[in-house]
Design a protein around this ligand. Sequence first.
Ligand code: PLP
Length: 407
Amino acid sequence: MFDVKALRMEFPALERTLYGRPMVYLDNTATSQTPRCVIDAVESGYVSAKANVHRGVHTLSQEATALQEAARERVRVYINAASASEVIFTRGTTEAINLVASSYGSLLESGDEVVITVMEHHADIVPWQLLAMRRGIVVKAAPLLPDGRLDLEAWKALFTDRTRVAAFCHVSNVLGTVNPVREMVDWAHSHGAVAVVDGAQAVPHARVDMQELGVDFYAFSAHKMYGPTGTGVLYGRESLLEKMPPWQGGGEMIAHVSLTEPTTFADLPYKFEAGTPDFVGIGAFSSAIDFIERVGMENIAAHEHELLEYTTARMLAEVPGIRLFGTAPGKDAVISFLIGRHHHYDTGMLLDKLGVEVRTGHHCAQPLMKALGIEGTVRAGFAAYNTRDEADAFVAALVRTAAILGQ
Ligand SMILES: *Cc1c(COP(=O)(O)O)cnc(C)c1O
């Protein structure tokens, strides 16, 4: 049974008021709020389990190591990776993609090609551009259709015998578009390219299965899925990770360091985890997955989609001059919009004064904004704890904002 009222009680932040009104938090696409069980896990990590992982013979250190490795196994099971060696802890999606671009990228040669899409977050554009500067590879971006779907035919047409990497998001953080990952992975593989998938917006809203999707690399962040900040995951196919060189050097990632002979590296996944990881955050991340499983991802997804449909219909019917960006069938629960020709910033500021927290700007997707012919949007995204009352408050605030802004 999905009981949103009871669920909200688990999130201390949702008790806040803003300007004398209950806060309506709709910036979930940027980061979600945190349930008590995750906050408790962070606290207990500092109170009773703070010892460095992998280094100590002492009890506390062994406990911390065991917690981290239990979290790795928790993630492995949750995303159905074939082996825990394929789960690399990173600071988040951004670092995960940088790891792939840096390490796998070092195996590419001048003239090799990386195919991305216009809907990518900067985290899935700039690492490839940096690689292009270093190694002379070529980055090509596929266009979109008017409703915010990827133009699949145009995307497929970008592949040549030099294509080595296809990097794309599972779900767009602006448009909500859900890309057909399996079809795209199969296409990439049939052209000898690896598929690198930015899953930052997918994992918080749907169950993902690495083996079913067939991806080679998959990146996501804990803080967007009810987890702590500073932690994320790179899933990588073991056979590829084995071939890839380390990307950062330091403690934890070595087998033996010598000044006179070649230094040797640790086995997977430690080869890619230099330095002390955020082991407290990693433990709390595991609690966030427990939370999602307890609530049920199917319940969360159904609830969010109901809110999406309800809110979208009311916005279209009641907000004068509303313009929606991203109307692909089956899209995720994120709404990007503008009111008439009014600047996204003005709309966002007025909504804030009415207690509604939304994102404004380019959402780290400037090439997408350019393709849409705009500078930015206002963005509202739903999470498990949002309610229909909040959707009503949001629409009422929008109607009022539109009236204040005028035509
Ligand atoms: C948030 C986001 C990122 C970046 O995630 P970080 O947690 O900031 O590293 C990348 N891609 C998409 C689609 C995102 O929504």
